[in-house]
Design a protein around this ligand. Structure first.
Ligand SMILES: C[S@@+](CC[C@H](N)C(=O)[O-])C[C@H]1O[C@@H](n2cnc3c(N)ncnc32)[C@H](O)[C@@H]1O
Length: 273
């Protein structure tokens, strides 16, 4: 990862010109600090001591998989800021008490009171060096990290962090989460393990934002040909997280696929057998 360049761009984003930078810098956009999904669907899979691959986003998918017993979690994302956010969150969980963590890294609305430098200074030693360089650079601009936040609040995620925080603290100390910066379409070439569970969140919606003509059939073909071979024989792929009609993005495709209901939303699943 080009963490020096990423840090420069993020610093630019938290300074006054962040709107301009977000428009012009495709490499560092604002990021997801909190999942906007109801992640209870992950509980439906037996991943005890198994390998998981997930889109990174906020890191919440990876942390939830660790809490559910995953041996290790590989993550990928085309937005490099997601790695820095996940690592910031990981270090915060490792070092801060639950009450402190929720002030630093809120699960609902984000504002100026969050991501305070006082907390950052306590967690920075626990960060991986690239992430420490990144956040040191951003904080040296100012502590308005909330400006980097893309989805400002989470309405559905009933967090296991608050219920099983001490357990999560123990899990995140083990070095068992990896990250690769890549687009979904290149991703299968970069990972050569077999996984028990693969989670692709609602990447499909993002693809459609860039290409209106991208059809559900094309997406399913890509998944079947390139992602399903990455699974263990009894593995499963959550190939789409479908937001409900009351949310901003709505898709109605994949109606005939195996579905796990998560409050009003649905996780769409393909199983290897
Ligand atoms: C699909 S988004 C939506 C947020 C997600 N529901 C969550 O809870 O974090 C999750 C992540 O997917 C990443 N992403 C979107 N399209 C992608 C693609 N084609 N390849 C790789 N990552 C992608 C975004 O950068 C974002 O961090």
């Amino acid at each position: 990862m080009d963490y020096i360049n990423d840090a420069k761009k993020a610093r630019h984003l938290v300074l006054e010109e962040y709107d301009e930078a977000a428009r012009t810098n495709s490499r560092v956009r604002r990021g997801f600090f909190i999942t906007n999904e109801c992640l209870t669907y992950i509980n439906e899979f037996d991943i005890q001591d198994k390998e998981v691959l997930t889109v990174c986003g906020s890191g919440d998918h990876a942390f939830t998989c660790l809490l559910n017993g995953a041996k290790s979690v590989d993550t990928f994302d085309y937005n490099p800021i997601q790695f820095y956010i996940m690592e910031l969150k990981r270090a915060a969980i490792e070092v801060l008490s639950k009450e402190e963590f929720l002030k630093f890294f809120p699960l609902t609305g984000v504002n100026r009171e969050n991501y305070k430098i006082e907390y950052y200074l306590r967690i920075r030693d626990a960060l991986k060096p690239e992430a420490r360089y990144f956040w040191d650079t951003v904080y040296s601009a100012n502590d308005r990290l909330y400006l980097l936040n893309f989805s400002s609040y989470n309405i559905l995620f009933e967090s296991d962090y608050t219920k099983r925080y001490e357990e999560l603290q123990r899990k995140v100390k083990e070095d068992n989460i990896s990250f690769k910066q890549t687009d979904l379409f290149t991703m299968p070439k970069l990972f050569n393990k077999k996984y028990s569970l693969i989670i692709l969140s609602n990447i499909y919606d993002h693809l459609k934002n860039f290409n209106d003509n991208y059809s559900p059939e094309e997406y399913l073909n890509f998944i079947n040909e390139n992602v399903m071979p990455m699974l263990e024989d009894d593995g499963a792929c959550v190939f789409h997280y479908q937001l409900s009609r009351t949310r901003d993005i709505v898709t109605t495709e994949f109606t005939n696929c195996d579905t796990i209901k998560c409050l009003g939303d649905s996780a769409k699943v393909l199983r290897k057998k």
